[in-house]
Design a binder for this molecule. Structure first.
Ligand code: FES
Length: 172
């Protein structure tokens, strides 16, 4: 990915270019790109005057950071004990099948990152799936498609019009 050096510099400037603000700087870059591009780490290290290994160390220590591109939507399937016994693994299988990725991976179109979690702290409504902080309780395999549809790209208006025209013309 080609990063915008001016954007990275403005983020660094907004944190006064101070080493002690490294985490805040990386959080802002992560928010801008949805991950930490390697070039951004090099630039931050050089502008803050710290070894690159220190920037990488922070970026790999905290779970909030990702060094690989992430999907626009993060889909968390709970596999904690309560969700597990109520069918969590089958729900995960269905997400993997529909998205074409395994847990921990991101779809090629960068739309979804699929992850698992041990417990979300709301076992009473399990099995639970969380997408972008939106909770979907009492999830079932059959609901997976409906849940995902909420986050799919809206259809283009022209495409829908075209389809309805052709179906109308096919009607006797
Ligand atoms: S085990 Fe899934 S919310 Fe607790």
């Amino acid at each position: 990915m080609i990063i915008k050096k001016e954007l990275i510099q403005s983020i660094i400037n907004s944190h006064k270019g101070l080493k002690k603000n490294l985490i805040a700087i990386l959080l802002d870059i992560q928010a801008a790109y949805n991950y930490l591009p390697p070039e951004s780490l090099r630039l931050v290290a050089s502008r803050l005057g710290i070894p690159l290994v220190d920037a990488i160390g922070v970026a790999t220590f905290f779970r909030a950071f990702s060094l690989t591109p992430r999907g626009k939507h993060t889909c968390l399937v709970c596999l904690g004990t309560a969700c597990h016994v109520r069918g969590g693994p089958r729900i995960l299988d269905e997400f993997e099948r529909r998205l074409g990725v395994a847990a921990g991976e991101t779809t090629k179109d960068l739309r979804f990152t699929l992850e698992t979690i041990a417990c979300l702290g709301c076992c009473a409504i399990g099995p639970v799936v969380v997408i972008d902080k939106e909770y979907h309780g009492h999830a079932t395999v059959r609901k997976v498609g409906t849940i995902l549809n909420k986050y799919q790209k809206p259809r283009r208006r022209g495409a829908r019009t075209q389809k309805s025209r052709s179906s109308r013309s096919a009607t006797p």
